[in-house]
Design a protein around this ligand. Structure first.
Ligand code: HEC
Ligand code: HEC
Length: 293
């Protein structure tokens, strides 16, 4: 762990010098990401060596660029986005102090092109996550890196995405999350702690992860409150992929496949908990309506 942190720091320094000078994944599909076009001919033809070279020079280095801190909005992207943090968008842990090897970059390329959309470049998650919500961004646990679309990094990535043919990297949309089921079956979980636990609302009543506001007036949640909570939880869910959804990972015990860290309780010991299963069905788009059992 200590070694890894030092390696990342050294690497960030290298990236800083390289970027100052220049101005900026496994060959199969990553589980949980789905592609619109899985044509094998295409998979074989792309990326070209030139595609990879451009990626290594103009895009990949942005992920190790130091930003003056270790907090969200200031930490280098790789501080969080490697597989250790069990995020879906997870880059390789760089093997050398000079950065990723070409083989690692090849795998990173596959990972990064899962969070872009060449059919509608500006809708790419890679652009919308680090962008401030005030400027149209989606909100990001990792923080805001760009206060506007004028930011040179934003522009650099946008130019890169636009350089591909429109049909090259188009993510298949996930199943819709049902709001009615959220109201009827998901929200009550926030208010009903398991024995010995405290409510999610004690810590998640407002802010970026404020999916569990305390009901106004002591009764149930108003429609407006429920809508707002649904927006927040939607950000913490990856439709179609319960195993990669933070909402289902944070309160799950690490021995049962949950996150290594959560400053709150572990509500589920394993994925076989019926409640976890119910939520997983909802995230997969299989559970809708107001019947919880
Ligand atoms: C402090 C940790 C942290 C840092 C630093 C961080 N992120 Fe994140 N990022 C997260 C977490 C946690 C999520 C998942 C929750 C969310 O989407 O907000 C996430 C989600 C994302 C996603 C969505 C991935 C998906 O699966 O759809 C993208 C894209 C992303 N981050 C890009 C970046 C970029 C680019 C940087 C650097 C400029 C960065 N992040 C820095 C923690 C971080
Ligand atoms: C004692 C306070 C506390 C309680 C109670 C608590 N949490 Fe948390 N939770 C935190 C803190 C602090 C974080 C941010 C740091 C971390 O990830 O551990 C967090 C992070 C999260 C995240 C990730 C948020 C993000 O922005 O990426 C999710 C999802 C989450 N909690 C779900 C829950 C659920 C569901 C419950 C109720 C079953 C719950 N938590 C109860 C303190 C708490």
């Amino acid at each position: 762990m200590r070694y890894r942190a030092m390696l990342l720091l050294a690497l960030c320094w290298v990236a800083a010098s390289t970027l100052a000078a220049s101005g900026a994944p496994r060959a199969s599909v990553v589980p949980g990401f789905s592609r619109a076009q899985a044509g094998t001919a295409q998979v074989a033809a792309f990326p070209s060596p030139a595609d990879l070279e451009t990626f290594r020079k103009n895009i990949e280095l942005l992920f190790v660029r130091p930003r003056g801190g270790s907090m969200p909005g200031y930490a280098a992207c790789v501080m969080c986005h490697t597989w250790q943090t069990s995020l879906r968008f997870s880059l390789e842990t760089p093997e050398t102090t000079q950065g990723w090897t070409p083989a690692q970059s090849r795998r990173n390329f596959d990972v990064v092109t899962q969070v872009i959309n060449t059919a509608d470049p500006e809708s790419s998650r890679l652009l919308l996550k680090p962008l401030s919500p005030q400027a149209g961004g989606l909100g990001h646990t990792g923080g805001t890196y760009w206060t506007s679309k004028e930011n040179p990094e934003y522009q650099q990535i946008l130019t890169w995405i636009r350089s591909f043919p429109a049909d090259r990297y188009v993510a298949k949309p996930g199943p819709p999350l049902d709001f009615e089921f959220f109201r009827a079956c998901v929200q009550p979980i926030f208010a009903n702690p398991r024995e010995g636990h405290i409510r999610c609302s004690n810590c998640h009543d407002s802010g970026l992860a404020g999916f569990a506001p305390v009901p106004a007036g002591g009764g149930g949640w108003s429609d407006a409150q429920a809508k707002a909570a649904f927006q927040v939880i939607s950000r913490l869910v990856i439709p179609g992929s319960p195993e990669q959804s933070r909402f289902l990972l944070k309160p799950l015990h690490p021995d049962g496949g949950g996150s290594y860290t959560h400053n709150g309780p572990r509500r589920w010991q394993s994925r076989s908990d019926p409640e976890w299963q119910m939520l997983a069905g909802w995230v997969r788009g299989e559970r809708t309506g107001s019947r919880c059992s």
